[in-house]
Design a protein around this ligand. Structure first.
Ligand SMILES: [Zn+2]
Ligand SMILES: [Zn+2]
Ligand SMILES: [Zn+2]
Length: 91
């Protein structure tokens, strides 16, 4: 995987980028809420909603679990983001 951007060790450690199993926020579906965009955790593979969504489930998951890196799960977007380092890389 060729990376460009502000690459940290967490992002470097991502081998094959995990994509969404389903295009929906697993937590919003449970509570019947809406979301804007989707992100997939690169540690456990869960797909959750972005910070523009009312529930910000991806960020909450990262803080609660310590999982560092998410990927955009939006079609056509190819980027990774690391929470602890605030690093952003395209692939
Ligand atoms: Zn990092
Ligand atoms: Zn959500
Ligand atoms: Zn996770």
């Amino acid at each position: 995987m060729a990376l460009s951007g502000d690459v940290c060790d967490h992002i470097r450690a991502v081998g094959e980028v995990k994509g969404p199993k389903r295009r929906e926020c697993e937590e919003c579906v449970k509570i019947g809420s809406a979301w804007m965009h989707l992100r997939t955790c690169q540690e456990c593979g869960v797909t959750l909603c972005c910070d523009n969504s009312p529930n910000r489930h991806a960020t909450k998951h990262a803080h609660a679990s310590g999982h560092a890196v998410i990927a955009s799960a939006e079609p056509g977007e190819r980027w990774l983001y690391c929470y602890p380092d605030d690093a952003f890389a395209e692939y």
